[in-house]
Design a protein around this ligand. Structure first.
Ligand SMILES: [Zn+2]
Length: 309
């Protein structure tokens, strides 16, 4: 069994606007990175379109309708000051969520040992009825709920190492004892949620706040002492990773100083817990990461560790 890779060309066409950091070149750079010989063994899949019923498990139907009604035929529409959509954005966001659902299906059925979804737009800021922070649909949450509905999983965990707090995912999870969400992120920073004191109705949320300028030491200590033990105690049947790479030292949107090797480390640690709890069943998806070279290197590093598991 090998690692599955999901993507689709329409995810490159989603265009939030000239000069926008969440640009099509991000995914071009990521996919270029997978042309190296190291990645020949990946089992490559086209990201399918998510059924709207799957998306309705975490988003209000009126919100989903409004997104598609607002989809421009040409040019761009802004859903919030940061979140522009172009004609390709509807299909791209349905395929981003669809990739995660299909990856969950194959990993649960044992047809792949784990998976990486190279998709955009990202999703972790999307709330049940609000687009924000470059995100339309919360793909990781759609995948988690799909895992429960389709496969009868009791406990699904999401770990999010994007430098921004996944407010949308936390809000969708915090009142549900079968779901766990842990995030490491810069504080203070966008979107202004994710205090360590936010622990969820069922003690099922963990937030690791990192101060601007902190890097490897604080990140690893936070995972070792806080996130990994809580994840192990939750004992998930499936682990999803919101893999944003904007905590990298070279990233222009935040001030955390992770090195590329830190992504190998955290991926290895998460796989070790998944190995103990759920036979290594892990599905990871791309969230942020805005320095193209650092993004490519970090994704390569992350996926090499997934492949070596
Ligand atoms: Zn981010």
């Amino acid at each position: 069994m090998t690692t599955l890779l999901y993507t689709h060309p329409i995810c490159i066409e989603h265009d939030p606007g000239r000069g926008h950091p969440e640009c099509p070149d991000r995914l071009r750079a990521v996919m270029q990175g997978f042309e190296d010989d190291d990645f020949k063994a990946l089992d490559r899949h086209e990201a399918p379109v998510a059924d709207l019923k799957e998306i309705e498990q975490v988003h209000e139907p009126y919100y989903i309708e409004r997104i598609f009604e607002n989809m421009p035929k040409e040019g761009r529409v802004y859903l919030d000051p940061d979140t522009g959509i172009s004609p390709a954005s509807g299909e791209a966001s349905r395929r981003a969520a669809g990739a995660v659902c299909d990856a969950v299906d194959l990993v649960i059925k044992g047809k792949g040992k784990n998976a990486f979804c190279a998709v955009r737009p990202p999703g972790h800021h999307a709330e049940s009825s609000r687009a924000m922070g470059f995100c339309l649909f919360n793909s990781v949450a759609v995948g988690a709920l799909h895992g429960r509905a389709r496969h009868g999983l009791d406990r699904v965990a999401v770990v999010d190492f994007d430098v921004h707090h996944g407010n949308g995912t936390q809000h969708m999870f915090e009142h549900d004892e079968g779901l766990f969400y842990a995030s490491s992120h810069q504080w203070p920073a966008y979107p202004g949620t994710g205090l360590a004191s936010e622990t969820g109705e069922f003690n099922n949320i963990r937030n690791l706040q990192m101060a601007p300028g902190e890097g490897t030491a604080a990140f690893r200590e936070g995972y070792r002492e806080k996130i990994l033990p809580a994840l192990r105690a939750f004992d998930p049947d499936l682990l999803l990773i919101s893999a944003g790479f904007d905590a990298h030292d070279r990233d222009p949107l935040a001030q955390i100083s992770l090195q590329t090797e830190d992504y190998a480390w955290v991926t290895g640690e998460l796989l070790a817990v998944a190995g103990e709890c759920c036979d290594g069943k892990v599905v990871s998806l791309l969230e942020g990461g805005y320095n193209l070279q650092a993004l490519t290197e970090s994704v390569q590093t992350h996926v090499r560790v997934l492949m070596a598991d």
